[in-house]
Design a protein around this ligand. Sequence first.
Ligand code: PAF
Length: 326
Amino acid sequence: MYRIRTLAAAGAFAISAAFAGAASAQTVLNFAHTTAQNSHYSMGVQAFAEKLSELSGGKYEIREQAAGAMGGERDLIEGLQIGSVELVISSTGPLGNFVPETLVLDLPFLFKSYDAAHAVLDGEIGQALLDKVSENNLVALAWSENGFRHVTNSDHPVKTPADLKDLKLRTMENQVHMEAFRAAGASPTPMAFPEVFAALQQKVIDGQENPIPVITSAKFWEVQKYLTLTGHVYSPAIILASPTLWDGLSDEEKGWFREATKAAVAATRAKVAADEANGVKLLREHGMDVTESVDQAAFQAAVRPAYDTFVSKYGDEMLKRIQAAQ
Ligand code: PAF
């Protein structure tokens, strides 16, 4: 029978064969992420658990470790490499520190729409990038989704790039994002996501940027007054397994995990779409002041130097392929 557990407390478990003596031994696997339970990532983990349990006849139980219970995304990726966590869904935020080839995906205004992003990430280009990730002591199963990112802050409405000036804005630990916000005049402050709510509350930072599913599930209305729908970057997510887990699976089992991954991606994308449809209304109901129509061309021009820095370091081959594919 399908069962999923969420642990509130942190705790690193290796793969544990549990319930010995039962007709079919059950193996408990930790699937970790940093967003809230019932968020878009959580929906993916739940769909994964259900499909894997069904295909394996209950052999595998997924233990969801939500809300940063096992650390921030950088910690989780390191955990996969040393085998202290089995499965993770993460944004690409810290991934470029492990696999620089993925940094191209973090360039602002690269993807024109959700459909365009799905077409690229589900096709040859996405597969080539997954293969690169898998060369780094990680097993990259699929691209999933975080969503288009928007700016929130507690100080003033952001209507033009000039309004970003000197705003102490939390960014992901990602050099492309930091460079883009520095170029736009903000003061980027990289920080792991589990620390962000408290930092906003204590006004260590003025603002942050994240997709609607994150802003709603983290209840940022409690600590942020202003939201601007900048849509400045499409934020992919990736589903990763630890080589320790993967290398111990039979080919048949790997097939089950791949099917479960498909179910996870579909569920996460469906939740992102639902949150996109209802989230802004919800945020307004909770008192947020939302600036909906922004001059995207002005924001695009403001972050343009991030492209020059990126190309001078990493070249433009993959960038051009992605641009040509949309
Ligand atoms: O802002 C971030 O760090 C990411 O978008 C998040 C919320 C951890 C989801 O991947």
